[in-house]
Ligand binder design. Sequence first.
Ligand SMILES: [Zn+2]
Length: 223
Amino acid sequence: MIGIFTIPKTINIYDEDISSIDFEQVRDFIISNFGNVEVRIVRTEKKIIHTKGLLFDLIGTQKSLDDVDTKDSCHIAVTNKIFATYGEDKRLHIRASIYSIPSVISISGIIEGPAKPREFYVYKQKFSSLGVWELKEREIKKKFKGQFIDYDDRRLAEVSKGYFAQALFFYITGEPFCNRKSCRLYNAHWQKDLIYSQIRRGVFCKQHRTALERIREASRKIS
Ligand SMILES: [Zn+2]
């Protein structure tokens, strides 16, 4: 711990066989922003992320990391699994990420978590009630093309970098989010905002750029 920062000695990223992300690009992104920390990409055979039904199971997830030394290391597991946690409305909400020990990022959750345009759901509900959603899904998705991140979307890799940055800010400072939409740390509840923060802008706000400078400086001192 240097100042108010907890600088990780290593960052372990667990890859549950995710093909839509170039982890070398993620490593470059982390090193260029957070300093010269060791980033280990661990391709895992066993599944790390556990759920009970749809509900994220933190204890089960932590148990699957039991055999690794969690001291001085930041652990981020990346999955295609869909998981949810309870919102303030006491209903389950699909999440793109959860920041804890370990932090987890769900690639499918990035697609299914932040909301699509309201009209999309109007169509979906209408065609689902008629029993033809599966026939119509492609056409409707085409209608809203570009307005949300979809499976096999080339923008997924870029968008995911924001979630890695949030996981790292959580580990280093305790606070993963920023309330500015023009910052990678913005906690987007809508796909529109996610695309704005991570694609259109794709940068950190001034305050977090300054924080990153100080984090890089702190990590130079310990390496
Ligand atoms: Zn910010």
